[in-house]
Design a protein around this ligand. Structure first.
Ligand SMILES: Nc1ncnc2c1ncn2[C@@H]1O[C@H](COP(=O)(O)OP(=O)(O)OP(=O)(O)O)[C@@H](O)[C@H]1O
Ligand SMILES: [Mg+2]
Length: 357
């Protein structure tokens, strides 16, 4: 009798255990049917797919990048095109029916440091209803044979599941340079997968925008280049844009530059990129700190207290020249932390621009 009871219990236990995998399998096969009818249907491909997709979850940008359209200077044409491709279709879906289809591939190209990646950050912030995927070759290239192209495929599949997605591939030339005889086979397979996923039979990419950025567009494979329907040249900034960049990068740091000074700076930096200008300004912003460090004399001034700017105090110290009538000989070690009046950034700081580069 005991044996029989035990046998019954074991039977029940086995039944219970069996049920779970059967259920999960059934669910998965259903979803698989929905997602792809051409995919491999053997059961153990599914956990693999999940594993790949969970790997790719990392490329989804969720946090706010804090860059807005207004932070990007002098690239109005590019911003308009991106709005047309991303924001308007989300806002007025009825406008983009019939033959009027939004752009599916946009390539940003131009010299280094002109704001291509920065513009993509602005897209990620502004198009907050869309899911933003930022993929680079490290996310897509795997050491396992055949996994790289599966990662590409899964990236696109993941993007198709969302309502609206933007896939941003920075430095796309590293993944999609032109096909040649002496390249490795795996590199070639990634390219082929890209070609098929971006525009192939059985792939519906209505809700996907692929955004690429490169500074060497001529090395891109011609077939990949064709899939970027809109190609936008991101040029070096114009004079006015450069002046605006100087202003923007200075921000609300105390400075005594006038409009004229900004114009002068812009005139003397022709051929400089946005990144160069941000470095010049950062260097200039450091100068007051160096001034404090090297000063041998300080004088007392009145100004807002560093602790609470709404309170005006009159015992602040600021660096001055030894010839100043109110100069007190001391160094920065003797100044209290909350008694220092920050010297403002002056035009002199920018005069040796050429020495930076
Ligand atoms: N048009 C611009 N407006 C505001 N800031 C800019 C602009 N262009 C460049 N910058 C500044 O320069 C920095 C570098 O720009 P970014 O990384 O976008 O260059 P890039 O074009 O992607 O260069 P690369 O081709 O080398 O990747 C930005 O973080 C930003 O501070
Ligand atoms: Mg970049």
């Amino acid at each position: 009798m005991q044996y029989l009871e035990r046998a019954e219990k074991l039977k029940e236990y086995l039944k219970k255990n069996k049920k779970k995998p059967v259920k999960a399998g059934a669910d998965n096969s259903k979803s698989e049917d929905k997602k792809s009818d051409s995919g491999d249907s053997d059961t153990d491909s599914d956990p693999e797919k999940k594993k790949l997709q969970s790997k790719l979850e990392g490329v989804i940008i969720n946090e706010n990048t804090n860059v807005r359209w207004s932070d990007v200077i002098g690239l109005d044409g590019a911003i308009e095109a991106l709005k047309e491709a991303v924001i308007l279709p989300m806002h007025f879906p009825h406008l983009f029916t019939g033959r009027r289809i939004p752009w599916k591939g946009i390539l940003l190209f131009g010299p280094p440091g002109t704001g291509k990646s920065y513009l993509a950050k602005a897209v990620a912030t502004e198009a907050n209803q869309a899911t933003f995927f930022s993929a680079s070759s490290s996310d897509l290239v795997s050491k396992w044979l055949g996994e790289s192209e599966k990662l590409v495929k899964n990236l696109f599949e993941l993007a198709r599941q969302k309502e609206r997605s933007i896939i941003f591939i920075d430095e796309i030339d590293s993944l999609c340079s032109s096909r040649s005889d002496n390249e490795s086979e795996s590199a070639r397979r990634i390219k082929t997968e890209f070609l098929v996923q971006m525009q192939g039979v059985g792939n519906h990419n209505e809700n996907i925008l692929v955004l690429g950025a490169t500074n060497i567009p001529w090395v891109l494979d011609s077939a990949i280049r064709r899939r970027f329907e809109k190609r936008i040249y991101i040029p070096l900034p114009e004079k006015q844009a450069r002046a605006a960049m100087f202003k923007l990068h200075l921000g609300n740091t105390s400075h005594c530059l006038t409009e004229e000074d900004f114009k002068k700076l812009a005139a003397s930096t022709s051929g400089y990129s946005g990144a160069d200008i941000s470095i010049i300004v950062r260097d200039a912003l450091m100068q007051p700190i160096r001034q404090v460090q090297t000063a041998t004399h300080f004088k007392r001034v009145t100004g807002p207290s560093p602790k609470d700017p709404s309170v005006i105090v009159d015992d602040l110290l600021t660096p001055c020249s030894p010839g100043d009538p109110a100069a007190i000989e001391m160094n920065w070690m003797e100044v209290d932390g909350d008694k220092l009046f920050e010297p403002s950034v002056t035009m002199v700081r920018f005069t040796d621009i050429s020495s930076i580069f």
